[in-house]
Design a protein around this ligand. Sequence first.
Ligand code: IMP
Length: 421
Amino acid sequence: MNTILVGAQWGDEGKGKIIDVLTEEADIVVRSQGGNNAGHTVEVGKEKFVLHLIPSGILRAGKKCVIANGVVIDPVSLLKEMDGLEKRGIKLAGRLLISETAHLVLPYHRALDEARELRKGRNKIGTTKRGIGPAYGDKAARTGLRMIDLLRPKNFSLKLKARVEENNAILESLGGTKISFKEVEKTYLEAGKKLAPYIANTVVWLHQQLEKQKRILFEGAQGTFLDIDFGTYPFVTSSNTTAGGSCTGSGVPPHRMDRVVGVMKAYTTRVGEGPLPTENQEISDMLHAMGREFGATTGRKRRCGWFDAVATRYARVVNGIDELAITNLDGLDSLKEILICVAYECRGKRIAFPPNDAEELLHCRPIYKKFAGWQKDTSAIRHFKKLPLAAQRYLKAMAELTGAKLRIVSVGAQREQTFEA
Ligand code: IMP
């Protein structure tokens, strides 16, 4: 069974934790898009891990992990993450493979990300400033450098020199900080030496594993509404965060995928700019007061709102979601009444799917259905049937309105705070 796991909302759905749980049923975990803009949090006992580039599957002994071709890699940040794991006793040798065709994030990408955001002023996207957009931009423009280039120092230096010159000219015109070729060359070639044992042709390796009937889990990063094609453009990231991205981002063909699991929170959150139809200040304040909903990568406060079934319905369609994992149910424990957005009213019309234009979305008003809250602590519950009836009803409504089967419920950050529905 090969499984794709995707975020059904705006990212931060708790994918890291669900991946960690589903890894029990897999042999290999693959990241196929995004970069260190992602922050996947997994809590194991008293230990908390935040992973940015390395698949969360690394935390389960014996499982192999792949950073595949669709990911953009900042090698310095990757090495830091690897060192951090090794120091905490997680062995990486022989367990981590990095695609030789994955593109590099370079310091001028980060500088461009920052300079462009500053220029946009009020219209900024609110990026993580990790250089993700400019790195994917270079990939599409065919001016990117890849992991394989790090293994050929002479070629790397030649290509890098030309890229630094061009980007410094752009940075100068944008008022950004120029980059030193020599410094980048030194840092990246050193990083390349350290990473060399992990760099491989992951397409061939993955096909060999498929022939051996190994089970692969594809770990989606970000979420459906941050997808470059299907998200609230331009307030999106620069990769395909939806299920199709797992194929193009790894070289595993669609007919080898058996199941798509969509992860969604019991409410909605978004970090960065862009429309969020069900945004609600009271819910945001409540969750922040509980110490929840701060970004795992940037520490920014996430914007919060009611569960939006219009959004998750669209996510189900675009990703082909078969099963749902609902996280953060415990975040709603104290509420007397809970709302679900079941449709939008947009310029006098009731619509069941979101409009494609982010501007148009600003004219959409959520139509809500009220649900009774349960006002009980659910964090210690380990069986669906033990949940308060109101919580069971709420979860079932979320799944029905989305149109997929409820499979997993999560009531806290710990591995154990998870059960089958
Ligand atoms: P970028 O991916 O850094 O270019 O950021 C583009 C948009 O995606 C911004 O609104 C970010 O806040 C958002 N974003 C990127 N990665 C994540 C993530 O892992 N979780 C939530 N939002 C993200």
